[in-house]
Design a protein around this ligand. Sequence first.
Ligand SMILES: [Zn+2]
Length: 447
Amino acid sequence: MGLQAFVSNRVVTPQGIRPGTVLVEGERIQGIATRAEVPAHAILEDFGDLAILPGLVDSHVHINEPGRTEWEGFRTATRAAAAGGYTMLVDMPLNCVPATTTVPALEAKRRAAQGQCRVDWAAWGGVVQDNENDLEALAQAGVKGFKCFLVPSGVEEFSMVRESHLRAALPHVARTGLPLLVHAELPELLRGWETHDEDGSLYSTWLRSRPAEAEVAAIELMLLLCREFGFRLHVVHLATGLAFDSLRSARAQGLPVTVETCPHYLHFEADQIADGATQYKCAPPIRSRPNRERLWQGLRDRAIDMVVTDHSPCPPEMKGGGKGSFHSAWGGIASLSMALPVMWTEGSRRDFSLVDIARWMAEQPARLAGCDGRKGRIAAGGDADFVVFDPDAEFTVTEDRLYHRHAVSPYLGEKLSGVVKRTYLRGAVVYQDGEFPGEVMGREFRQ
Ligand SMILES: [Zn+2]
């Protein structure tokens, strides 16, 4: 492919939103030019008032393949990603079988991904109870970091870790220099509702069973270990607005800690979730409206660094079909195709700009996964990954716009602002107005 020139009145760069022309040579961004500077032989695409954002990076996705491909897989997850403006996914080490806790499991994943991906991807490795001696080999084999659970993970092949297991694993994690992503809830502070004979179809029961204190205490434990072992700590899917003081003081002391939250915690509120509506089930749970506003304040204060989906689908029958029990339904919300419009709908209402959206959903997740040299920003030398986005259009979420394997989502029926018009991966269109043109060209991200 020759020189391409993408023109827009709204090019979203870390420095701001401005009119410009993004020059693309092959798979890479050559630079940003003015219209007058574009060479005559360039292939010109003028997007007018449509914004050009960097291709989004989602560092928290459960692709589930190999092993649970009937839940989701590389083909369907990366299709939903392309439709949502994502050009890079980092796959969580669990819900696939085998879990990505050894090098052979990573290799099985690579074979499974072959020839299926609409966008680029990379893998996290898992820290479980007995694999501390696999961690450095996983790092050498190319995982971008590690993930662990302080509570049961929901699948038996991925064991939770206690402080004693972490003490065995953390020296290895620290030596790799890679981040450790932690599901931060402490089991001692969860309330086992099955022993209380409570009604599992009530959302309030689910909410009460996983209090904010369980998140705060887990974060405090991890901060202590971070100080002791000197690894990079990343808190996944923060759902409470009560942990910011601990996080702020840890950062003030120079601890390397980053934090993510998810669109569902920033959009929904507990009071509007009907009993039996298990499509809203995730852990930690969606909390109150005041808590949601505290999370937004956390984004404003930069106590929260990034917004990622935690895309975690399952077959409809496991999700309870709208009249289920919050006790037995699978916990997880699939939102790859909808996260950008959700964030724009809520963010623009609170005076955030597309620059903030790009920082939360592209630049920061790319940095976490160590691919920020090429992904997550519109800058010379980077991969030519873009979203062409109409911030002024509105739509209602319907099943045909979801694109992941099973059309289950709490977002169905929501009216959202902002439409993804096109997604470019390394200079080529991979999504355009409901179609997926071109060859399947996604591949594993390697330095
Ligand atoms: Zn997850």
